[in-house]
Design a protein around this ligand. Structure first.
Ligand SMILES: [Zn+2]
Length: 920
């Protein structure tokens, strides 16, 4: 299920394991290329700027520099270099400082404020006249942004940043001093200090320079995974949702500085990679200039590498499509955005056998980044004027908007819309609001369906693509971002070639690097329309999102519900449909307040409460109930209704009805460690703890015993490899798990853990994976019947893997898992090729039915839709008094797919009480 998320990573692992350890020559007899390379060949060097090796006591590549040690070097440089300004941007979750360093000539540093203004003026041509901008292009330095160590375990990147910083500060080589007259180099030395420090500390303790692949130092533990930040997020996927502090802080600085060039440094490939990138290239980028500059920087790097006879690759693997990577993101914000991947270091440690028996070292990896950086800075400085000119053009053409689109959001007060629009503003995108009703003659809805003549109410939010960051706006808001036809044709060719191959024969690789669709109105569940008509609207002040749960209500802002404090009711009720209500009910339950609910509409205080609404009875709660609800209502922004009588004045049940039942306090455990996937675990923890304030206990695999599980009523198994789940969770432990479920436990599975649950041996659901072989326990008769139905399940065909597309799912709106969803259809992300056949014994809550399942992204013609049809995306499988809940994909994927989070919350908040409803 997790094919695409860390595809490169898997490729490297594959290579690591495939290359094996055979025929190892004696390392001492091997010439390392890096011996030809010297870090100090650009002298003379200034004595007052200390060499990192002298400061640290080890040479480049001999030890991993901790972030703390790096900071002391930085302080020393701050005192002794006249080419450096140090900015502290903010803090990481573990309280480390995020820095931005500005390196330039002393003259430029003295006028940094003016330079920032000059570059900002190029990025918004609406505010200046052409003559002024021509003058800026003549006089302003070019800004080059170099960022290191976003993946904290790609150690060569961090070390290269140190060596390159020294070079820029200490070298009096003419080429470097000239370049610093014409350029400001902005260094983000460590984008992920928390991940870096985890990895560096672990590796320094165990690294022994053993090149054998089986050596312990190459087996980074699950809990270290320095690739990820403190919250176990991959920061180089986060630039769509910007949910992590490191991403928000760095992008804010980027938008303030307006760099023209960006290189993001990594380190996990077999050979060095730099642009030109692979296809597809995001079609919202200006094709000609984007390609031109990627080629210029790529060719300069190539020449620099050729001097050392270093191999490298271009136009493969790393594309420029998904906007959540730094290269694509910065390109959509006007820069020449580039990914640099080096070969040595990281999980390969200090030394590592290549498949031909030669050795690649950490020092090699550092040297190559260093060389690419030098080439990048010199190339940028040499092309300063032309690059600044094209930078202005990027924004001029954006503002003119040749394919102008206006996006309208007619329900401005929905929490999802507020979150989406606040996010757009974080992306630098201007949001405005209409002060009158708008009649759209024509346009498209968020599903890409055309309409004519639509009225949009006054007060709707508007995003006009004719603005500086209009290209980013289009990328995030269009229902589909098309991929290069040449790229798609090539994938079809791979498919044809693969279809001719034998079942065991090795197959062509498909080249999708990531999800092929991420449209925010679809992913976040926000009603939106677009039109090519310009819409009159006023720009609005920053919108604040309320993503986080206030964990300790302060008692401020009680305006929403002063009435509850005055009117003592027999009970209080609130609707559950907004995320704020779910945050509030979690808080109330965890504080011991008794809350009830119903799966049906009920009637109280002269109004209908939708199914899933919450009731708190005065009789069953502490005396401070009314005061607490008054406070919480203001804090969470939830409307609480006092109910003065249990009498229902119509046919719907009242609050005393038998159909009202108590909610259990959710006591939630999540599997931490293998076989779960780290990013899935990180996502779930972040989402549930930080967005919803849920108490969550991470429990290791060894803790999944009846003894431990009896403390919980919910257990979450994150996404992970199905085979690993099968290997790790079996025998008595699996029996224990099943016993716990049957005694009112709620087991939540997703992706690979759902596949595991659908394995016939696991006995957790009657659903089976489509094409998983003759394991289905359905009768032969049933099977043949199903196969005859159009779109019926085909037992033997494993569907082709979907890289990540948006599919229309049908919502079973009678089921408790769908409380809060008010439409029959939902756009859903589908990834991979594990499609779940309908459960015969449980509830199929989200299903793929009928024609036109595809909304956006890549589908395999004649395969994806046909395979998906008739399968389920969300299943509730009752087992005695408990239930297993199976998601096909991770709900809330990357915090982009927020529209699916509610299913997960329903499973946690209502799931444990379902037996109360049924009286079991
Ligand atoms: Zn990386």
């Amino acid at each position: 299920m997790s094919v695409n998320r860390s595809q490169t990573f898997s490729l490297v692992l594959l290579w690591i394991f495939a290359s094996g350890v055979s025929a190892q020559p004696n390392p001492a007899s091997l010439p390392a290329n890096s011996r030809l390379f010297d870090f100090y060949e650009r002298g003379p060097y200034r004595a007052e700027v200390v060499r990192p090796a002298d400061f640290f006591g080890y040479r480049p590549g001999e030890f991993l520099t901790t972030f703390a040690l790096y900071e002391s070097l930085l302080r020393d440089y701050g005192r002794h270099s006249d080419r450096l300004r140090i900015f502290e941007l903010g803090k990481t979750p573990e309280h480390r400082t995020l820095y931005l360093l500005a390196i330039s000539s002393p003259g430029n540093l003295a006028r940094l404020g003016q330079i920032k203004e000059q570059l900002a003026s190029l990025a918004d041509p609406r505010k200046s006249n052409g003559g002024d901008l021509d003058n800026v292009i003549q006089t302003a330095p070019i800004a080059i942004w170099l960022s290191y160590s976003i993946h904290g375990n790609e150690s060569a990147a961090f070390e290269a940043g140190i060596q390159f910083l020294y070079q820029l500060l200490a070298s009096d080589d003419q080429a470097i001093t000239d370049a610093l007259e014409h350029a400001v180099v902005l260094i983000n030395p460590c984008q992920n200090p928390d991940g870096h420090e985890r990895f560096a500390t672990w590796y320094n303790a165990h690294g022994d320079a053993r090149p054998e692949h089986y050596a312990y130092e190459h087996d980074e533990p699950w809990s270290i995974d320095g690739r990820l930040n403190h919250n176990f997020f991959d920061l180089n996927r986060d630039l769509v949702a910007l949910c992590q502090p490191e991403s928000r802080i760095a992008t804010r600085a980027f938008l303030e500085w307006h760099p023209q060039v960006l290189a993001d440094h990594h380190g996990q490939t077999k050979e060095y990679f730099f642009p030109p990138p692979a296809l597809p290239i995001n079609p919202n980028l200006p094709a000609k200039t984007t390609t031109k500059w990627l080629k210029i920087f790529g060719e300069a790097n190539a020449a620099a590498f050729d001097r050392y006879s270093w191999p490298y690759f271009v136009r493969e693997l790393f594309d420029l499509f998904y906007p959540g990577y730094w290269d694509t993101w910065s390109s959509l914000h006007g820069a020449t955005g580039m990914t640099y991947e080096t070969d040595g270091g990281g999980v390969l440690g200090y030394r590592w056998y290549r498949d031909d028996g030669t050795i690649v070292t950490l020092r090699d990896g550092i040297a190559k980044h260093f060389t690419a950086d030098l080439s990048t800075v010199l190339t940028a400085a040499a092309n300063r004027r032309e690059r600044l000119h094209d930078y202005r053009d990027f924004f001029e053409s954006s503002v003119k908007g040749p394919q102008r689109k206006c996006y309208l959001f007619p329900v401005p007060n929905s929490p999802a819309a507020t979150e989406l629009l606040a996010l757009l503003q974080l992306q630098g995108i201007e949001v405005s609001r209409t002060n009158r009703e708008v009649r759209m003659a024509r346009g498209t809805d968020r599903y890409g369906r055309d309409f004519t003549d639509k009225l949009i109410p006054a007060g709707s939010y508007v995003v006009d693509s004719a603005q500086p960051y209009g290209r980013m706006a289009r990328t995030l808001l269009d229902f589909e971002t098309p991929e290069d036809p040449e790229f798609l044709t090539r994938q079809e060719q791979h498919r044809k070639a693969n279809e001719k191959k034998g079942t065991e024969e090795s197959k062509d690789d498909y080249e999708f690097y990531d999800v092929t669709s991420w449209s925010l109105p679809l992913a976040m569940g926000v009603e939106a329309y677009s039109t090519d008509q310009p819409i009159q609207a006023d720009t609005v002040e920053p919108i604040s999102d309320r993503q986080k749960a206030p964990r300790t209500p302060s008692g401020e802002g009680q305006e929403t519900l002063s009435e509850t404090q005055q009117i003592a009711g027999v009970a209080y009720g609130f609707d559950s449909r907004s995320p704020h209500s779910m945050r509030m009910v979690v808080d109330l339950l965890q504080r011991g307040y008794r809350v009830e609910t119903s799966n049906e509409v009920f009637r109280a205080a002269g109004q209908d409460f939708p199914r899933g609404s919450f009731i708190l009875r005065a009789e069953r709660n502490p005396a401070d109930l009314s005061a607490v609800l008054g406070r919480f209502a203001g804090q969470y922004g939830v409307m609480v209704k006092p109910i003065s009588s249990a009498l229902s004045d119509d046919n719907n049940p009242g609050i005393g009805s038998e159909r009202i039942f108590s909610l259990e306090v959710p006591k939630v455990a999540i599997l931490a460690g293998k076989p779960g996937d780290q990013t899935s675990y990180g996502l779930l923890r972040f989402l549930l703890e930080q967005s919803y304030g849920l108490d969550l206990v991470p429990v290791p695999l060894s803790g999944l015993t009846l003894d431990v599980l009896r403390h919980f009523n919910v257990l979450i198994l994150p996404n992970g490899e199905e085979s690993e789940y099968k290997k790790e969770l079996q025998g008595d432990q699996l029996d224990d798990l099943r016993d716990w479920v049957s005694q009112r436990g709620v087991l939540i599975c997703m992706g690979g853990s759902s596949e595991f649950a659908a394995d016939p041996d696991t006995k957790l659901t009657s659903s089976r994976i489509l094409g998983a072989g003759e394991k289905s326990d359905k009768s032969t008769e049933e099977k043949s019947k199903k196969q005859k139905e159009p779109g019926g399940n085909k037992q033997d065909d494993k569907p082709l893997e979907v890289p990540g597309a948006i599919v229309r799912a049908h919502v079973n709106r009678d089921h408790f898992l769908t409380i809060g969803y008010e439409e029959d259809d939902l756009p859903l992300l589908v990834q991979g090729n594990a499609f779940f056949q309908r459960s015969d014994t449980g509830a199929n809550v989200l299903t793929f039915e009928g024609d036109n399942l595809k909304i956006s992204g890549f589908f395999w013609e004649g395969n994806t839709e046909e395979s998906l049809r008739g399968t389920s995306a969300l299943i509730e499988e009752p087992i005695d008094k408990g239930r297993v809940i199976l998601f096909n994909c991770e709900p809330g994927f990357r915090m982009i797919w927020t529209s699916t989070v509610r299913f997960l919350l329903n499973a946690i908040v209502y799931g444990p009480s379902e037996s109360n409803k049924t009286g079991k």
